[in-house]
Design a protein around this ligand. Structure first.
Ligand code: PLP
Length: 222
């Protein structure tokens, strides 16, 4: 894969996205790069905004509330995605702050989000996070519980647009990406949030529409 010399990290990631999309015979415009800015200060985020990046991901409501208001004020076209676990008592803050939530994973959160969207008067697109590797301590809805959760989300008129996963660490992610794609197909959902710094090209080959890239853009986290 090319890594154009002298390119910024963002330019290099864009080139790799374009290359993976071309191999997969998909338009690169189908793939949204979510720049995961959790733990990064505004000074690290501003250069990406200056380069034209508009979609950012945070994993905590409180951190986003502290960091993003001035950035959003200066750049009203920024989109903020919540990629981390959400507590039901933060649902309203999340619906006010975020433009997309990738971590709907249980019935109690579903009803909290439905109430919050009603109250705030704002429909925020949702991904259902699936515990794709059936890991004990990992967030996400069990595959067996997915049909019931989606039925309930539809009954509550929640705007579920797709599925999200974080495959088990340390093993080949491709089978898990393929499985998430199949589950999304089975349920008629078009969007797939999968792929991170280490594996986003594989995810693109397997149908990712949203890739969540942090350390490849910002450097390792400390
Ligand atoms: C931190 C995080 C990412 C980004 O991970 P990198 O390996 O730094 O690209 C993606 N998705 C979720 C859910 C995360 O918490």
């Amino acid at each position: 894969m090319t890594d154009p010399e002298g390119a910024t990290p963002l330019a290099a990631i864009r080139a790799r996205i374009a290359q993976a999309a071309a191999i997969a015979r998909r338009p690169a415009s189908e793939i949204t790069l979510v720049a995961v800015s959790k733990t990064r200060p505004a000074e690290a985020i501003l250069p990406l905004i200056a380069e034209g990046q508009r979609v950012f991901g945070e994993n905590r409501v409180q951190e986003a509330d502290a960091k993003w208001p001035p950035l959003q004020e200066a750049h009203p076209d920024l989109q903020l995605h919540l990629i981390g676990q959400l507590q039901s008592n933060k649902a309203e803050e999340a619906v006010r702050r975020f433009d997309c939530i990738h971590s709907l994973d249980r019935r109690s959160l579903l009803s909290a989000l439905a109430r919050a969207m009603d109250k705030v008067g704002r429909q925020v697109p949702l991904f259902v996070q699936v515990n794709i590797g059936a890991e004990e301590q990992k967030g996400g809805c069990a595959i067996a519980d997915l049909p019931a959760l989606l039925t309930e989300a539809r009954a509550a008129a929640l705007p579920v647009i797709g599925l999200m996963c974080v495959p088990p660490a340390g093993i080949e992610p491709a089978p898990f990406f393929a499985l998430l794609g199949k589950l999304a197909d089975d349920h008629g959902l078009g969007e797939r949030s999968m792929g991170m710094s280490e594996d986003f090209e594989t995810a693109i080959m397997l149908g990712a529409t949203h890739i969540r890239v942090g350390s490849a853009l910002f450097g390792e986290r400390f």
